[in-house]
Ligand binder design. Sequence first.
Ligand SMILES: Nc1ncnc2c1ncn2[C@@H]1O[C@H](COP(=O)(O)OP(=O)(O)OP(=O)(O)O)[C@@H](O)[C@H]1O
Ligand SMILES: [Mg+2]
Length: 486
Amino acid sequence: MLSPATDPVLAEVAETARELRRARRVARAHSQDMLAHDAAEALRQRLDALLADPETREVVDSALTERASVLRTAVLTRKHELSQRELRKEIDAFAHRAGSARRTLLATERARQAELRTKAAHATDEHVSWLDTQIKDATTRDAVLEAVSSLRLREARSQLERGLLLTRQMRDIIAESLPALMRGEPMLLLGETGGAKTALAEYLSRRLGRQPEFVSGYGDISSTQLIGSHELRPVDGATASVFVPGPLLRAMTTGGPLILDEVNAMPAEFLKRLNRVLQLRPGDSFSVQENAGEQVTVAQGFVILATANEQTPHRYRGIDRMSAELVNRFGANSYRVHYPDHTREYTDTPVENALLAAASIADKEGNIPLSADELERVSRAAFISQQVFSGAHGEGFSEFVSTEREIDGRPGLEESVLAPRTLVAILQKVAGSGGLISLDLALNRFVEGVMHAEDRQVLALILRSQGFLAGPHKGGSRRTYAPSGR
Ligand SMILES: Nc1ncnc2c1ncn2[C@@H]1O[C@H](COP(=O)(O)OP(=O)(O)OP(=O)(O)O)[C@@H](O)[C@H]1O
Ligand SMILES: [Mg+2]
């Protein structure tokens, strides 16, 4: 099969056509940008000239036919993947429905599940045989794989635009938790910083069909702010004390989700009250102390989604505020949100970090303004730092954990990590700089900004292991890395 990677003529046509599309887009967006208009015109002429040569035309036509066939194979492969996902969802839906109604599966439901499983297996067999007939050589296989990746990337990009990349872990938590949330049972999302706990809570609220009330645990928030308080308001020309409900009471009475973000950092006096609130279900009544014991009925749709950071004494402020009885109130609806790729070994490719990285900076067509190599290295650096931060001391990772710290049982990174959120922010900074900020420079800035001296050294070590920070920098060097605990 012909490909731009192996055929220089095709490569030039492809590159010219791509640049022409980009120049036209810029020219359309900025009608005054004469440079873009002129570039588009010059590129169009160049493309016409290239295609005027009959030999080139023939190569391009033949490549286009092959390309169309590759795309068709890729689209059908992606369709197959998605229909498999739908079938799995359908199978799971029986369990969810039964779970919501607190009953076991009917025999007919079990039979339908088995039927759907057979259907899924059959469709996969058929698709694999069909692929065998379509893919005749390694180049076509690579081209199909690349086209499938590009389709996946576009899907990932649109998920991320809506706030959450639906990785396997996320899809599993969503599928498992939704039935309980619909019954009004509270949920707790536990995990390390920047792993998308808040993003997941917001996503789930949207799936419940309501805009959530949102309370952040930081700051000096008090019970009265959360539940409600009396305020002086002008009423009929006079000033009167009026009870104004806070977010908790609003969610409770209007029947919406309430996100208690960083619940571990909320004041102890509120957490004590929360013990009781977590037991409330739609239809129950709640006595509002702040409003002379007024009784309100908990509306259908009220549900609490709480997030909390891991219980690491050095790392996060206030975690000890969450008592065991409070955590118990979440029952089986408490989930640990791990960093992406957490089940992967050091030598594995961190595909989820890489997809997140690519999706965060891809344009609508799936183009990425960084080289595949840079993207791969930065995703790996992020993956290693996440694993080391969350305490992975296995082969490969232990290189970045000092002996002293290992004995201590403490991770090699204490406060700082290239969490998914940080990775996305750094890449978007680079992609949004129009070439002014290189990835290496952005990573250098990140390392320089780390307050904890030892963490700074470990992060520099990790980044350097992936070929970054090669130039002069201030992140500490490998030779001087001599961790000594705290
Ligand atoms: N599936 C995913 N896995 C990991 N990160 C993701 C995923 N989907 C989106 N993100 C990224 O996660 C970031 C949002 O993280 P979020 O603020 O929700 O983390 P958090 O766990 O609440 O952190 P913190 O404990 O510091 O509050 C976004 O930058 C988004 O790009
Ligand atoms: Mg958060």
